[in-house]
Design a protein around this ligand. Structure first.
Ligand code: ATP
Length: 306
């Protein structure tokens, strides 16, 4: 028998009275993957994570963690997943160590201090071990959230926008640690608004919009969908008629457009020359995940309108 998926959801539907947060979503995250779940606000990312973590019930469909159904085998599934939630919720009167011991107790782990010390050390929390939670800065509290998700050494780690409002230094330290856990065999699922982060970290990506899974592919394949070249120009005059409809205005006299091959850049420059619109600044680069994202979202809006 093949190894169970780290996470498997099948035809998952979640309906709230006014909105369908997830609409027949199916996906598999294999063990050892670094998977990105992307989508704009309200796409359904947190809902999907909550169902997988057993914190919310699906209206229909199934979800399993390491082969354990999140409803029928709640405890087995819950033990195998650690979730770093978006919101900071703590008992303010506990110290960092007490918070982590308490969480260990929730999983029935009595002698967990060695691991707690290790996790704290990796997250630069050791100096704060005996500080009360309420005395910590927002960034420090976020580190404790990460530590809390790891106390029971779950094979699957889910991070729901862990770097929102986090400074660069912590972000890099956090990613170095999460990458290490992934190298050691943990499956990592990440939701983020920072597409650059997803592009750097994730090997495969699922994109949600309005409860629909609109793309599911390797990061490489998603990027290859846009082998296009991005051209960004700042013009002294108006946009030449030949480029109208192809370029989007970025403000400050700057325009952005896509061409299919580097050789086509010459045509764009020629059009500007012929129209007498001098080029003050020019940048040429390859498409990134943000371009894929914008294109997919736009395509989806067009389909919805149709
Ligand atoms: P964000 O990036 O803003 O966190 P998200 O992709 O995580 O967004 P969800 O939080 O999963 O999106 O929300 C999906 C949809 O379900 C939204 O329209 C949201 O308003 C709705 N929703 C979420 N939780 C509830 C709830 N408890 N009751 C009613 N509607 C809800």
């Amino acid at each position: 028998m093949s190894a169970p998926a780290a996470i498997e959801v099948t035809d998952l539907v979640k309906r709230y009275p006014r909105v369908t947060a997830l609409d027949r979503v199916s996906l598999r995250v294999e063990q050892g993957e670094f998977f990105g779940l992307l989508g704009p606000n309200g796409a359904g990312k947190t809902t999907l994570i909550s169902i997988v973590a057993g914190l919310a019930r699906a209206t229909s469909g199934r979800a399993a963690v390491m082969g354990h159904d999140v409803v029928a085998e709640y405890r087995e599934a819950r033990r195998r997943i650690g979730v770093v939630p978006q919101e900071l919720v703590f008992d303010p009167f506990f110290t960092v160590r007490e918070t982590l011991r308490f969480q260990s107790g929730y999983f029935g782990l009595r002698h967990n201090d060695d691991w707690i010390d290790e996790v704290m050390a990796h997250l630069d929390l050791t100096a704060k071990a005996d500080a009360n939670m309420r005395a910590l800065s927002g960034g420090m509290k976020r580190r404790v959230l990460v530590a809390q998700a790891l106390v029971h050494r779950p094979p699957v780690i889910v991070l729901d926008e862990p770097t929102a409002g986090v400074d660069v230094e912590l972000r890099q330290g956090l990613w170095a640690f999460i990458r290490r856990l992934n190298r050691e065999g943990h499956t990592v699922v990440l939701t983020t608004h920072y597409l650059e982060e997803a592009q750097q970290l994730c090997t495969r990506i699922g994109m949600l919009r309005g409860g629909w899974l609109i793309a599911l592919d390797s990061t490489q394949a998603l990027l290859a969908r846009l082998s296009d070249v991005q051209v960004s120009l700042r013009l002294r005059g108006p946009l030449p008629a030949a480029l109208r409809g192809r370029a989007t205005e970025q403000g400050d006299g700057r325009w952005r457009l896509r061409v299919h091959a580097a050789a086509e850049v010459e045509g764009v420059l020629a059009a500007c020359r012929e129209a007498g619109s001098g080029i003050e600044d020019l940048e040429v680069g390859h498409a990134d995940l943000e371009d894929v994202f914008v294109q997919l979202m736009a395509g989806d809006r067009e389909r919805a309108a149709a």
